[in-house]
Design a binder for this molecule. Structure first.
Ligand code: GDP
Ligand code: MG
Length: 845
């Protein structure tokens, strides 16, 4: 083989010429310049020297460095007088995954065998898997944090490295005889390259591993017992000179594959997950996901929570396969365990009373309780537990004791359908009021039938016919008029008509054929909960199916506990409660929210598992909801049909400003979009209003007001978009902006110039030509024109010609005379010719 120059050799081995020259000098070779020729023997000599000084590596920088990969490298003689480096490598158990294979691939046969010595039983593997999956959720967050920390450390290290290199370069120039430093650098650089490659590989490991991977991990040394997700150090002995061939064999054998190429993965997509988590599932860096999102027009950070659709798009964009999973497999299993086999029987209806303030909801509930509940009870002391039931000859009815919309919407917001029938109280002397409308909206949205109680019938000004008319206008039509809503005249004061109302409820319930299965574990919905100083969490539950028994393990929302004591609506201690029965329960670990589902769990472990799953999920969902309720996102998340309506809840400090704002907002609408005020009033933003906004996807606007404590709680918890103003104009401006955002861009005309026809000529070439004077703007030859006669458009078309004297011109400015030829236009003196252009505008109102 022909000799090569030092430069060529340097290129071949990928090392700087200077370094190579110095190494050659150290090896006793005579080369001084990069153009000096290196013979085959000299190459061998250099190689031998490098091998000697490096314990078995082969000269190429990459290989040299492998032996010195980490600080704790040892040199040890082995067998045939070879030098062998012992490498200490850090192993992190829970991020391992793909890297397991890679590491194992680097083991020499005897070492690998050593690791495989640990025999793992199938059972252990299974236990390990379960533990790991449990830990996975907990560690996900930690991992994101760690990844960030690692990245920071890496950056730091790189910076230090650059600094050091600079110093070394200076040092090398100053003292070229310092062979040590150069070699050290050489080694370190390569070590870093390898470390970086490994880090990348480690990151590219999928969190969801196949059984095969787990098996590998097992093989690698389960003496670690790393199921706990903690970091550990582990020592692996490597024989550098055997590494490369060994890996090749492995690759061919297919046993330990190093994931060097793109691996298409099936990525599980839960309802919501963070960018970091998604990156992890795809085994890519979060930065790549963020970049992909950016490409899709979404600005996101590592902690940004993506919904299922967005996540799926990202996954597909990055070439992986989406696998939507029921993230609530646990929930599903629990659901299955609750499936009651048994005969279903008729159950009492559950009723919520709604209506405008002061129309008599509380009075009506109190009257019914007083006259129907206490009767026959020894002592007659009734206890308010959030719900009560009454018995009349026709049947039984359960009333939810929290009148108004708050309870109803709170439940609906949590997806609970506790109410079977809504009794809409309308004061017969007052008629339909804003909250009456609101109640109708709520009931209709929930698909709950309404019974109208026309209250205060005893009063002078009571006018039931008016109530019927007004309600019919809201599409609540009396059955007497061919509708399906029962109207009953009542007086909560005198009790007149109350029996008829109860009978109407029972009738409605019969029509609905409400049934439940009384056998099996009890389940239902949380009606309300509070923390009692002495007794701890006190929770009112409405059993909807099955039977709840004392001593059972209960899961309610995110809380669990054992039913210590149960009290019914009459204040009596009871042992069990069947369908449609409200009970007060002691023994839960916390206070669940109204509307949370509750159910009996088979055992405490399952309950605990489910509770922690729900906690984790609600955090995720809250985050996702946060994005959805932002006013900017409101429209994007709306259904097609409702896109044109911006719902608002508006609270103001005084009546006057409310009226002004309401009026102005009504004026703002167009055919396409409009703002609808679904809730308004004077005073702070209450819990009920916040709930209304939440369930109706409305934005809350506060004018010189702030939320009260209850309102604040909901707003914070649900991440509602609330805007505060102290200038009406600014409020209206924001409404306008939101509405304009909803509008498709408008094609609008811009009038560029106007000319008056002063004379008519005939031209052999152009036919009729209008002699004009430009009276405003500028006329352009290539724009469209419109001809107006007595301010009415008579023609629209294009210019045939535009001339000044005998010359064709492109434009004519204001105040100048010109000749205009318009195709197909019968010119008449006195017409106006308008030149215009069409442009797209982002619409504003
Ligand atoms: P809520 O705000 O809907 O709960 O209304 P309330 O039950 O607090 O009633 C408001 C006012 O109307 C109270 O002063 C009641 O006494 C009165 N009221 C309620 N029902 C009747 C009724 O049937 N007849 C008369 N005359 N007054 C009633
Ligand atoms: Mg009241």
């Amino acid at each position: 083989m022909a000799d090569v120059t030092v430069r060529e050799l340097a290129d071949t081995v990928g090392a700087p010429v200077e370094r190579l020259l110095k190494q050659m000098g150290d090896a006793g070779l005579p080369h001084k310049k990069d153009s000096d020729a290196v013979s085959e023997e000299q190459k061998q000599e250099l190689l031998t020297y490098l091998k000697r000084s490096h314990g078995g590596a082969e000269g190429a920088p990459k290989k040299i460095t492998l032996t010195r990969k980490s600080v704790s490298t040892l040199k040890a003689g082995q067998g045939k007088g070879r030098t062998v480096a012992v490498e200490v490598r850090r192993t992190r158990t829970y991020v391992k995954r793909g890297d397991a294979g890679a590491d194992a691939g680097k083991l020499t046969p005897d070492v690998a065998g050593d690791a495989r010595r640990v025999v793992v039983s199938q059972a252990e593997l299974e236990a390990e898997r379960i533990r790991r999956e449990d830990a996975a959720r907990k560690t996900a967050e930690e991992e994101t944090r760690r990844a960030e920390a690692e990245k920071k450390a890496e950056d730091e290290r790189r910076r230090a490295e650059v600094e050091r290199k600079k110093e070394e370069q200076i040092a090398a120039k100053a003292a070229p005889s310092e062979a040590e430093s150069d070699q050290v650098r050489l080694e370190r650089e390569a070590a870093e390259a390898i470390a970086a490659a490994q880090a990348a590989e480690q990151k590219s490991s999928a969190p969801k591993r196949g059984a095969k991977d787990r098996g590998r991990e097992k093989e690698r040394g389960m003496d670690d017992e790393f199921g706990d997700g903690r970091r550990r150090r582990r020592e692996i002995t490597l024989k550098p000179d055997l590494r490369k061939p060994k890996r090749k064999v492995d690759k061919q054998g297919g046993e330990f594959e190093r994931p060097t190429e793109f691996v298409q993965r099936e990525v599980e997509v839960p309802e919501a997950m963070s960018v970091g988590e998604l990156a992890q599932r795809m085994s890519v860096k979060a930065g790549e996901v963020i970049k992909t999102l950016m490409g899709m027009g979404v600005m996101a950070t590592i902690n940004h929570v993506l919904d299922q659709d967005t996540a799926s798009l990202v996954i597909e964009e990055m070439g992986h396969i989406t696998k939507t999973v029921a993230s609530d497999a646990l929930e599903h299993a629990h659901e299955q365990s609750l499936n009651i086999e048994g005969e279903s029987a008729t159950r009492p209806p559950v009723v919520t009373i709604m209506g405008h303030v002061d129309h008599g909801k509380t009075s009506l509930l109190d009257y019914i309780r007083k006259t129907k509940v206490a009767s026959g009870e020894a002592g007659g002391i009734t206890q308010h537990i959030g719900a009560y039931h009454v018995e009349i000859p026709q049947g039984r009815i359960t009333f939810l004791d929290t009148p108004g919309h708050a309870a109803f919407t709170a439940m609906r917001a949590r997806g609970a359908q506790a109410t079977d029938i809504v009794v809409l109280v309308v004061a017969a002397d007052d008629g339909v009021m804003p909250q009456t409308e609101e109640a109708i909206q709520h009931a209709k949205a929930a698909g709950t039938p309404i019974i109208v109680a026309m209250n205060k019938i005893d009063k002078e000004g009571a006018d039931p016919e008016r109530v019927k008319n007004e309600l019919a206008a809201k599409d609540v039509i009396p059955d007497a008029w061919g509708g399906d809503t029962q109207f009953v005249s009542v007086s909560a004061l005198t009790g007149e008509g109350v029996d008829a109302l109860l009978a109407a409820i029972v009738l409605q319930a019969e029509l609905m054929e409400l049934t439940a299965v009384a056998d099996g574990p009890g389940r239902g919905v949380v009606v309300e909960s509070r923390l009692d100083r002495g007794r701890g969490p006190v929770v009112t539950l409405l059993v909807q199916n099955g039977t709840l028994r004392q001593g059972k393990v209960l899961i309610a929302g995110e809380h669990i506990g054992r039913v210590r004591a149960m009290v019914n609506d009459r204040g009596e201690a009871i042992e069990e409660a069947g369908p449609s029965t409200p009970v007060e329960v002691l023994g839960l670990s916390g206070t669940p929210d109204a509307g949370d589902p509750f159910s009996v769990a088979p055992d405490e472990r399952k309950a605990r598992e489910l509770a922690s799953f729900r906690q984790a999920r609600s955090t995720e969902q809250r985050h996702a909801q946060h994005q959805a309720t932002k006013i900017e996102n409101m429209f994007a998340t709306m259904q097609e049909g409702e896109k044109s309506i911006l719902r608002l809840v508006i609270k103001t400090d005084v009546r006057g400003s409310l009226e002004a704002i309401t009026h102005a907002i009504h004026e703002l609408g167009t055919d396409e979009v409009r703002a609808v005020i679904i809730g308004s009033g004077v005073g702070g933003i209450s819990e009920s209003e916040a709930m209304l906004a939440l369930t109706s996807r409305a934005a809350i606007f506060g004018f010189n007001v702030r939320p009260d404590a209850g309102g604040k709680k909901i707003i914070e918890r649900e991440g509602l978009d609330v805007r505060y103003y102290s200038v009406i104009y600014e409020l209206l401006d924001d409404v306008k902006q939101v509405l304009s955002g909803m509008l498709a861009p408008e094609v609008r005309e811009e009038i560029l110039g106007l000319a008056e026809v002063r004379d008519v000529f005939s031209s052999p070439r152009y036919g009729q030509v209008a002699g004009c004077m430009v009276v405003s703007g500028t006329l352009y030859r290539n724009k469209k024109v419109r001809v107006l006669r007595d301010d009415v458009v008579i023609h629209q078309g294009e210019l045939d010609s535009l001339r000044r004297f005998k010359d064709d011109v492109g434009e004519v400015r204001n105040g100048l005379e010109c000749g205009i030829g318009v195709r197909n236009y019968d010119v008449r003196v006195g017409d106006k010719i308008e030149v215009f252009d069409t442009k797209e505008f982002a619409r504003a109102l």
